[in-house]
Design a binder for this molecule. Structure first.
Ligand code: KIV
Ligand code: ZN
Length: 527
């Protein structure tokens, strides 16, 4: 089954294309929205990871989405190591034109057009007759081909579609010039047997099926997204759509790290190859958590804090004698460091920069100066500085230098005798602003001071504090969730001082709200 594809040339029979949709399906789920700089950072990490296709956004959704896809196409998309840059579009002319314009600059570009094909969606959502849907598929793919030879067409709710009608839609898309056919399990309803049945049927029955790459896109509502993706590969699919940390609509999408590590670890059972450099997985996972403010659960496969921790004595004993007694893959193979103790207060700028390089951060001179200043400050207060500390610190400070509201300083008077008082200085759009506020404890006083400097109507719906590493001198890592007009954002902060970390998290969340306010989110765009 050797296929020649416009973006990939001739593909080996056992090659699986990794299509990442963290910046589209992942980003469109509640609380996960990213601003332009954050999307660019994530896009860099995905490129280093080695994904083949990066769905960078849904250009028609908002000017911000368009800009993000366009900037990624104009920057990363120019490089030789760039993934194919993809923009999502519904079937209309305006959608496809916007997607085509957004990806235009990329050396390798894709338009991904979709339309629902299940009776349920056609009747209640689209209010379209099957024949109209077929015409729309034809028109959309034909128009998309005017912008690029690499066109993907998706049958939304494909796994719940009538098999005969699905075959007709796929045939129409192939005839109109689609080079990848994706059958999404939009509502996460399928089981692995469905995958085998649907893809075997399509490959056997649809004329021209042998010329295209079949793709699978699975949602995790029943916790089966990765299992379904693997079953689809076995049934002839050669592209899987996935996201870092499995983020995405509702219960999320198939997790990239789980699918890739399953293929690598059980290559005897799933004998396929891909281009992902698995040692870059953890970095991408942590970056996403920091940007979005959502940590993965400790027991999350591959990237959870406990994924390689052996608590039970009998397990520890076995692992010490021979790691493979209880470890099916090595922590290093996905990027966990063997020894994360790195720097102390005598470490110089060169050693610090070197460590940042190893951790995958490419920072400019100003960013390095800011980060080094904070590192020195932390090293003065903390006996040992771990990789995790550096990651928390750099993510907190350096990568937020574009934000409109910035933390400058905080002076606190607290204790059991008097109401707490916070003297806070922030910078808003480059201008210094200060306020003094009291409150029921230091956190309350600090948040009141923020409210005074930057009045807003958002409600605080969650505030949580954790530690970056162990010990009483550990940095605090805080999360603040704000809600405004039904929109939810999470902010994160890190600092050796818990209250400063809390202020930073609150400010991060406010910055995200500002970005949200600038975005329009038409309800009909959900996919
Ligand atoms: O889940 C879905 O159906 C999608 C499509 C737009 C591919 O995300
Ligand atoms: Zn989806």
């Amino acid at each position: 089954m050797t296929i020649t594809h416009p973006s990939f040339g001739t593909l080996d029979d056992d090659r699986v294309i990794i299509f990442d949709t963290t910046l589209r399906d992942g980003e469109q789920s509640p609380g996960f929205s990213m601003n332009l700089q954050e999307k660019i950072r994530m896009a860099e990490a995905l490129t280093e990871l080695g994904v083949d296709v990066m769905e960078a956004g849904f250009p028609i959704a908002s000017p911000g989405d368009f800009e993000a896809v366009q900037v990624i196409a104009q920057t990363i998309g120019q490089r030789d190591d760039s993934p194919v840059i993809c923009g999502l579009a519904r079937s209309g002319r305006e959608d496809i034109t916007r997607a085509g314009e957004a990806v235009r600059a990329a050396k390798r570009k894709r338009i991904h057009s979709f339309l629902a094909t299940s009776a349920l969606h056609m009747k209640y959502k689209l209010r379209m007759e099957p024949e109209e849907v077929l015409q729309a598929v034809h028109d959309a793919v034909t128009l998309a081909r005017d912008f690029t030879d690499d066109v993907e067409w998706s049958a939304e709710d494909g796994t719940r579609s009538d098999p005969d009608f699905l075959c007709r839609c796929v045939e129409t898309a192939i005839k109109a010039g689609a080079t990848t056919i994706n059958i999404p399990d939009t509502v996460g309803y399928a089981v692995p047997e469905d995958m085998a049945r649907i893809f075997t049927m399509l490959r056997e029955r649809v004329p021209g099926a042998e010329k295209v790459i079949f793709s699978t896109h699975n949602h995790n509502d029943l916790g089966l997204a990765v299992a379904n993706s693997l079953a689809a590969i076995k049934a002839g699919v050669r592209q899987i759509e996935c996201t870092i940390n499995g983020i995405g609509e509702r219960a999320g999408n198939a997790s990239l790290e789980e699918a890739v590590m399953a293929i690598r670890t059980r290559n005897d059972a799933v004998p396929f190859k891909n281009r992902v450099d698995t040692t870059k997985i953890l970095r991408a996972s942590k970056m996403l958590s920091t940007i979005t403010g959502f940590d993965v659960q400790p027991n999350k496969a591959i990237v959870g804090r406990n994924a390689f921790a052996h608590e039970a004595g009998i397990h520890q004993d076995g692992v010490l004698k021979n790691a493979s007694t209880y470890e099916i893959m090595t922590p290093e193979s996905i990027g966990w460091a063997k020894n994360s103790l790195v720097l102390g207060k005598h470490s110089g700028r060169a050693a610090f920069r070197d460590r940042l390089d190893q951790l995958g951060y490419k920072v400019g001179q100003n960013q390095l100066n800011d980060a080094f200043r904070r590192f020195k400050d932390l090293a003065d207060r903390k006996k040992v500085v771990f990789d995790e500390d550096i990651v928390a610190l750099v993510d907190d400070e350096v990568m937020r230098d574009h934000e409109r509201i910035r933390f400058v300083s905080l002076d606190l008077h607290a204790g059991s005798k008097h109401p707490a008082k916070a003297v806070l200085e922030l910078e808003i759009d480059g201008n210094s602003r200060s306020a003094t506020a009291s409150g029921n404890g230091p956190v309350d006083a600090t948040f009141n001071a923020i409210q005074e400097i930057f009045p807003h109507t958002a409600n605080l719906v969650l505030f949580s504090v954790g530690a970056v590493t162990e010990g009483t001198d550990a940095q605090a890592k805080t999360t603040v969730r704000l809600e405004e007009n039904g929109k939810m954002v999470d902010g994160q902060g890190a600092d050796a001082d818990t209250i400063v970390a809390s202020a930073r998290a609150y400010i991060h969340a406010l910055n995200k709200l500002l970005v949200k306010r600038e975005r329009t989110e038409p309800a009909a765009l959900s996919a």
